[in-house]
Write a protein that binds this ligand. Structure first.
Ligand SMILES: Nc1ncnc2c1ncn2[C@@H]1O[C@H](COP(=O)(O)OP(=O)(O)OP(=O)(O)O)[C@@H](O)[C@H]1O
Ligand SMILES: O=c1ccn([C@@H]2O[C@H](COP(=O)(O)O)[C@@H](O)[C@H]2O)c(=O)[nH]1
Length: 242
């Protein structure tokens, strides 16, 4: 077996909340959680500093709640709290596989986890702890993709990974159109011009303007994360113009 060497020293990984529920209709599938925790351990064991942002779509999404009459700001606050629950669950799963992890929340919930303070987050990363950035940006009307882009830039990550339910960026949504073709490489401007819906525009623009490379890959594919971190051609790479 060939030995894997990491290409990146510090990475921000965005995990799909929805993918955490596996085949369940809601919540967290413990098997999916433990599989991801083990993959994170492999990456940390290689000496890679890892920040995590987990979505909340397996519990609440603001837009879904407004559809049943919840005020948008309250709905988004519920969505952000859902991301805190996922982060706490992942912190626990990581502890079970002997990975030191700290949840840092953008909304103050200091009886449960630390507040997000950038310098403290970087200090945790330098000590080899995984930092779970919870509660998104702390503001309504955003998504965890935007939060992931923001944190990736703030911590000077060398790569952001969006691990999701599809194995890359396609010409059209592959869930709606199974014939769609996958890109191996794209620029952010191409993503915007073609209106490729894999990530919201705010997140795309933040990454583009701050030259943050992004790899989109399948969270359900064993070993995909490790291969991406070792610079292998996994999913789709999105980058700024050369
Ligand atoms: N051009 C495209 N290429 C790839 N996926 C696309 C495209 N357009 C839309 N999608 C959809 O984007 C989805 C991924 O983004 P989405 O924000 O919905 O999920 P997530 O961020 O992984 O989940 P969560 O919000 O729970 O964290 C895919 O499941 C896919 O159906
Ligand atoms: O900065 C943020 C991040 C998230 N939200 C709300 O949380 C849910 C869940 O996040 P997903 O990215 O959809 O998984 C989101 O729908 C928003 O309602 C937020 O308000 N601000």
């Amino acid at each position: 077996m060939t030995e894997l060497t990491p290409t990146y020293r510090r990475v921000l990984l965005k995990l799909s909340g929805e993918a955490l529920m596996g085949n369940l209709g809601h919540g967290i599938d413990p098997q999916v959680m433990m599989r991801v925790a083990n993959e994170v351990r492999e990456i940390v064991d290689l000496g890679v500093q890892l920040g995590l942002v987990i979505g909340g779509g397996n519990i609440f999404r603001g837009v879904g709640l407004t559809a049943i009459g919840v005020d948008r700001v309250s709905a988004d606050q519920m969505g952000m709290l859902a991301t805190v629950m996922n982060a706490l669950a992942m912190q626990d799963a990581l502890r079970k596989v002997d990975v030191h992890a700290r949840v840092m929340s953008a909304i103050r919930i200091d009886a449960i986890c630390e507040d997000y303070i950038r310098r403290r987050a970087i200090s945790h990363l330098d000590k080899g702890r995984v930092v779970l950035f919870a509660a998104g940006t702390g503001n309504p009307f955003f998504t965890t993709d935007s939060a992931a882009s923001l944190r990736a830039i703030e911590i000077n990550a060398q790569l952001m990974i969006k691990a999701t339910k599809v194995d890359g960026v396609y010409a059209t949504d592959p869930v709606a159109n199974p014939q769609a073709t996958r890109f191996t490489r794209l620029t952010y401007n191409e993503v915007l011009a073609r209106q490729l819906g894999v990530m919201d525009t705010t997140a795309v623009v933040l990454c583009r303007d701050n030259k943050m490379p992004l790899r989109v890959l399948d969270m359900g594919k064993p070993g995909a994360l490790l291969r991406a971190i070792c610079g292998q051609d996994e999913g789709t790479l999105i980058h700024s113009e050369e």
